[in-house]
Design a protein around this ligand. Structure first.
Ligand code: ADP
Ligand code: MG
Length: 229
């Protein structure tokens, strides 16, 4: 197995992704290349259907491209077995999906802890770390013990972001984080993403169709019909 270790952060090289489309194939990503360094927030803007979610699916190793390379924290995802790719995704990639996918019956704190099967001292250490992480995204003063329906939309998105960061990923992928929020709360979430990108040194890709929120991004790329430029 050849795992390249020349790069950190996230690199895509000449990635092509197609989907079946009747008798033909639809090209969702057309020779897409992208490089995001640790601590850098890259925004990808483009209309609905331009391939933004497909880009994140490939960057997270959830989908394997038809051709091209995906490097995550120096590891060549295409050279990994499915089991190794799953481990890479679990250990190195934090994903914030477009739909809030918190579990209704769990508190904010439990949303973070549920991903680990914990006992004894490790559970206590993880509990403390989860509380500190939630506080760093503004979920504190008892809010960490609330369930999703007892939190606002912006607070639920903060919990989502904290959960994605809990495994200390190298790469943070965020799909339309502000689509369910008003402008002010949306702007606060983008501020938060810029802050956590710096504080936790993640290579962050945030996709959005909202151009009003891009001033905190280090790099803004446009996606049109599967092309990124
Ligand atoms: P965006 O996130 O920018 O809205 P997507 O990546 O979801 O764009 O979609 C890009 C293109 O790929 C669209 O034409 C969409 O209809 C198509 N597409 C997305 N997912 C699938 C799929 N699972 N099967 C077939 N076509 C898909
Ligand atoms: Mg999408």
């Amino acid at each position: 197995m050849s795992t390249v270790t020349l790069t950190t952060g996230l690199t895509l090289r000449d990635v092509v992704l197609t989907y079946p489309d009747g008798d033909r194939r639809l090209t969702a990503l057309d020779r897409v290349s992208l490089s995001v360094a640790p601590g850098e927030l890259t925004a990808v803007v483009g209309p609905s259907g331009s391939g933004k979610s497909s880009l994140l699916a490939v960057a997270s190793t959830l989908l394997r491209p038809d051709s091209g390379q995906v490097l995550i924290a120096g590891a060549d995802a295409g050279a990994l077995s499915p089991r190794q790719a799953t481990a890479l995704r679990r250990d190195r990639v934090g994903i914030v999906f477009q739909q809030p996918n918190l579990l209704a019956s769990l508190t904010a704190l439990e949303q973070l802890l549920v991903v680990e099967n914990l006992r004894g001292g490790r559970a206590r250490a993880a509990h403390g770390r989860a509380e500190r992480l939630l506080a760093s995204v503004g979920i504190a003063d008892g809010k960490q013990y609330r369930r999703p329906h007892q939190l606002s939309g912006g607070e639920r998105q903060r919990v989502n972001i904290a959960r994605a960061l809990f495994a200390e990923p190298s790469v943070l992928l965020v799909d339309e984080p502000t689509s369910a929020l008003d402008h002010e709360r949306g702007a606060q979430i983008v501020e938060l993403l810029a802050d956590v990108t710096r504080d936790y040194a993640t290579a962050t890709v945030m996709v959005t169709h909202d151009r009003a929120l891009l001033d905190r991004a280090d790099q803004v790329l446009e996606m049109v019909d599967g092309y990124l430029g």
